[in-house]
Write a protein of this length. Structure first.
Lengths: 472, 217
């Protein structure tokens, strides 16, 4: 395998590690009691998940009238948050699929956590369209299956594609996460101290023994899945964007929506990944494997995709003017100066303005700045979805149908609830499964400390004069 | 390690068995073979307060459907006969039959008989008998061989695909108007050709026949 300059790569794992110390360190996340900060996250997440259940119950029992939606704003917070969560999921797929095909070694310490993030983000997202239907028990009607009605879903509608896109996304991201987990589950099984954990990890590891045949098939399956998942990174959010672009609502009916949404998704996904990883690496002392270089790269990806988003904000204004369409122009002016103008300008400030901080290494290397920018970026992306969904709908063609949207406590509870469920899910996951892929990291260590010198020829001068295979 | 082998065998059986089950379920659902297999009403005789036999009245005696269901050509609802209609004959014929006691009671008290509904379409479906009769849809096309039913049952399960089957291609079922009430009508060999002519002649507007609002208003 070709290598980039050796210095950059070997810095991916810091500190003096052998296979044993590295696997001890990474497995300790699961095997040792959690750090103190885990408990508040777990509890707050649990409370949020309970709030989510309560809000769903209220929605089911008392109906959609408890939400703030009205006509014409029939898509309210539910769709804002659906798009927001789906976007967040995208970083996981990008890191696990595209970067593995591009042989970017720095993904190895990030992919597990971002895949978990993707899984829970997609679950949060999928919830909203389901409860938005009002009669969630009939959700299977959206699937194309032969039925006694003698009709099919409208295949010409992006809403139908959306169902398939989200289902594909959920399936692939779950498979990816699980496939990657299998060697680690086997490792945990072998290290298990109690009968319960031995059985738990033993059943889940599907009989993995680490034989060469297993590894051979594992690698083949992994690359195949990566190949299948790669189009999904682009296609899912593009299809979501078509839900809007197919509508004739001013502010929606623009052909640039698919790349707009796709870059926004990667931007918000990387921002969320940073938000999660910065505290996690501190609490679990994972600075050795999630180095400042990793965070720097993630910030750069955030900058690149964020610039795409910022460009299209400006393009939208241009298109409104260039189209000469009075309703498009009026929609832009409504965003600039209508009652929702603060939301619009806050979005512009964050996604066009604050984003520029990421150009400067000084800010990229400052953890506090990076952490705050990553949170603010997702606030900005939330505002973007608010602008697209709610501002556009609140004023379409007829002045008489214009109506403002006021979210209710149920809307807010659903949102805070999914945030809680997201944290709760991730907290539970990293309690039972390693948030850094142990097998990938050992493999990386092997590549960095072993094969580099082999390539340079001659004997193998180990970094500390010791063979990494032998335990200290 | 025979124990390990045995355990692995179990795991394999479970794994591949689960996989096969999922595959079979998917095959059954998406092949469509099970569609309509869960309909509870079709083919189930419904008991009535009076053991009225359509087989006797409409079949053996050949009384026209319209003698009792008089509104069928003019109204959305075909109509059930008032007790008076029964008594036109049964004041003379079998006037003392114990089976007809509820009819006589209804006649004396002036309270209508309470029949149990047999044929039902959901509330969200707007169905009009008169337009179907006028365009040449035979009674038996939807109601089946009523003239052979001692106890009435719903012959077809009125699922949406049943309605759409005809609404998408009415030429498959239309009859000449004079044959609508003929329970023994057999479609000719060249039904499709006849049907196309009848679509033309009866003025069936095929353009909007599958619009949602034709049935769901």
């Amino acid at each position: 395998m070709e290598h980039k300059p050796a210095a950059g790569d070997s810095a991916l794992i810091q500190g003096e590690h052998t296979y044993e110390t590295l696997s001890n360190k990474l497995a300790a996340v699961v095997e040792k009691p959690p750090p103190r900060a885990w408990w508040p996250v777990f509890l707050i997440g649990g409370l949020g998940a309970a709030l989510l259940l309560y809000a769903i119950l209220v929605t089911f029992i008392r109906g959609l009238g408890t939400w703030g939606i009205n006509i014409p704003v029939g898509w309210g917070f539910d769709i804002v948050h659906f798009v927001w969560w789906i976007g967040i999921g995208h970083a996981g797929t990008l890191i696990s699929a595209i970067l593995v095909l591009m042989r970017q070694d720095w993904r190895d310490s990030l992919n597990r956590l971002t895949e978990v993030m993707t899984l829970f983000a997609v679950l949060c997202a999928a919830l909203y369209p389901l409860i938005h239907m009002g009669r969630a028990q009939n959700m299977y009607w959206i699937f194309p299956y032969p039925n006694s009605l003698g009709i099919w879903p409208q295949f010409k509608s992006p809403l139908t594609w959306d169902v398939l896109a989200i289902m594909t996304y959920l399936t692939i991201s779950t498979l990816f996460l699980y496939l990657g987990l299998i060697p680690d589950l086997a490792l945990l099984r072998e290290r298990a101290q109690s009968r319960f954990t031995r059985i738990l990890y033993g059943v889940l590891s599907l009989g993995w023994t680490g034989s060469a045949t297993h590894w051979h098939r594992y690698r083949a399956a992994y690359v195949l899945l990566a190949g299948l998942a790669t189009p999904v990174v682009i296609s899912v959010h593009s299809v979501v964007s078509l839900d809007f672009a197919y509508g004739v609502i001013p502010g929606w009916h623009i052909t640039v929506f698919p790349p707009f949404f796709a870059s926004g998704a990667i931007y918000s996904g990387f921002a969320m990944a940073l938000t999660l990883i910065i505290p996690l690496r501190k609490w679990y002392r994972l600075e050795d494997v999630v180095t400042n270089r990793h965070l720097d790269w993630m910030a750069k990806v955030m900058l690149a995709s964020g610039l795409g988003v910022a460009y299209i904000y400006l393009l939208e204004i241009f298109i409104a003017w260039y189209s000469g369409e009075p309703f498009e122009i009026r929609q832009q002016l409504w965003r600039f100066s209508g009652p929702y103008a603060p939301y619009y300008w806050a979005m512009m400030f964050i996604n066009v303005g604050v984003l520029q901080l990421m150009w400067f290494p000084r800010f990229r290397h400052n953890l506090w700045v990076l952490f705050i920018v990553s949170i603010v970026a997702n606030v900005g992306m939330w505002l973007e979805r608010f602008v697209i969904v709610i501002i556009s709908l609140s004023r379409d063609y007829l002045p008489s149908s214009a109506h403002l949207y006021h979210p209710t406590w149920v809307d807010w509870s659903l949102y805070l609830g999914t945030l809680g469920f997201f944290l709760f899910g991730i907290a539970l996951f990293i309690r039972f499964f390693p948030p850094i892929a142990v097998a990938e990291m050992l493999h990386l260590l092997h590549k960095l400390r072993f094969h580099r010198h082999e390539k340079e020829g001659g004997t193998i001068p180990y970094r500390d004069g010791q063979d990494p295979h032998t335990p200290r | 390690m025979p124990r390990m082998r045995a355990r692995n065998l179990w795991v394999k059986v479970l794994f591949y068995g689960g996989l096969a089950t999922v595959a079979v379920v998917l095959l059954v659902v998406f092949s469509g073979v099970a569609v309509g297999g869960f309909d509870q009403r079709a083919g189930k005789p419904i008991p009535q307060p009076v053991p009225f036999s359509h087989a006797l009245h409409a079949g053996e005696m050949g009384i026209s459907c319209r003698y009792c269901h008089a509104a069928v050509e003019r109204a959305s609802y075909a109509g059930l006969p008032p007790t008076e209609t029964c008594m036109t004959c049964h004041s003379q014929v079998r006037a003392q039959s114990p089976l007809l006691a509820p009819v006589r009671e209804s006649w004396e008290k002036g309270t209508p008989l309470e029949w149990n509904r047999v044929v039902e379409v959901p509330d969200f479906v707007y169905f009009n008998h008169s337009i179907h009769v006028a365009k040449g849809v035979g009674c038996a096309t939807c109601h089946g061989p009523v003239h052979q039913m001692p106890v009435l049952y719903q012959a077809k399960s009125f699922e949406m695909r049943f309605c759409l089957d005809c609404h998408q291609a009415p030429e498959k079922y239309l009859r000449p108007r004079e044959e609508v009430f003929n329970m023994n009508y057999q479609p000719p060999a060249e039904q499709l050709e006849l049907g196309r002519r009848l679509v033309e002649a009866h003025g069936v507007n095929q353009a909007n026949l599958t619009d949602c609002s034709v049935c769901h208003r």
